[in-house]
Design a protein around this ligand. Sequence first.
Ligand code: F0G
Length: 362
Amino acid sequence: MKAPLNDKGVISRYREFLPVGAGTPVVSLNEGSTPLIHSPRLSAKAGAEVFLKFEGLNPTGSFKDRGMTVAISKAVERGAKTVICASTGNTSAAAAAYAARAGIQCVVILPAGKIAIGKLAQAYVYGAKVVAIRGNFDDALRIVREFGGVDGVAIVNSINPDRIEGQKTAAFEVIEDLGDAPDIHILPVGNAGNITAYWKGYREFHANGRSTRLPKMAGFQAAGSAPIFFGKPVEKPDTVATAIRIGNPASWKGATDAAAESGGCIDIVSDEEILAAQAWLASNEGVFVEPASAASVAGLLKCHSAARCASCPFSTAVRPGAKVVLTVTGHGLKDTETAVRHGNFQPLEADATLEAVRAAIA
Ligand code: F0G
């Protein structure tokens, strides 16, 4: 039977790979099916065929929707009346939207003053209870874990395995679009759920005979928030890419396993590299992503430079024709403040006449 019009989300498309049954109520906003955009200028720079998996085109503007459709559907199935999460902004936006869709309450715990305005607006508008704590994301997640035992309350951070299950569907889509897995997959790393999810997705489709190979997984942390790269928690994480401002990631082992098992790496990029990559991508490829997402692009450029890390997968995997996929995780419109501030943008001013406008742009 043809799926009903309103049912094209990741649960309906990948049901057999997800922990859902006939009795699971599907809470969906038609997430997923995001475009894999060929990127000619990045390809020229990298000496490989580079594609952007633009996850900013999900319903709430980030990849979090893939995991949230599964986490909220399962929470409702188990009788939850409230969902709760810690967030640097995107998880809370997705949780609030899917909870609204399900008709249940959502509580989000956020580090005060460190959430991009677009994301904060989303949590409010979708109707969540917003608690801003005097602490960072790691403090917020500690509080959320303490909620774990409360009846009727479901945690929808990626410590909930349903989130990882939903997010792995992005790897399925990449394989379907390319006809096989890419040679290298690059993505930003914060709490490390997404790199864990992609690696799981790639392995499952490979085991299922849907791809002939596995990609090398390369994860990039912001230099000021790079616990995995440095091998120890960072007490006061800092970066302009607030989405990945995390000092003690929950899926730490998932990230190191993905890098080690695939022959990839976990590396760092500076805030300057992130902001330069964000601006470059928008003005050269027409794709506006948030700062954290630009860590993928900055990472690719670093892999291709002399500054690359000792275990750089590029030294062995990249040749002309090799396929490299970059996940760009969130839409640039979520954080226009950072883009405008760092770009130092000023309009050209002119009187309201054709001559004055011509003179201004000359
Ligand atoms: N990119 C964006 C835009 C994000 O929002 C996040 C994480 C990441 C990358 C990193 O993904 O945590 O799976 O390694 N955002 C979380 C949040 C922490 O609360 O929205 P990760």
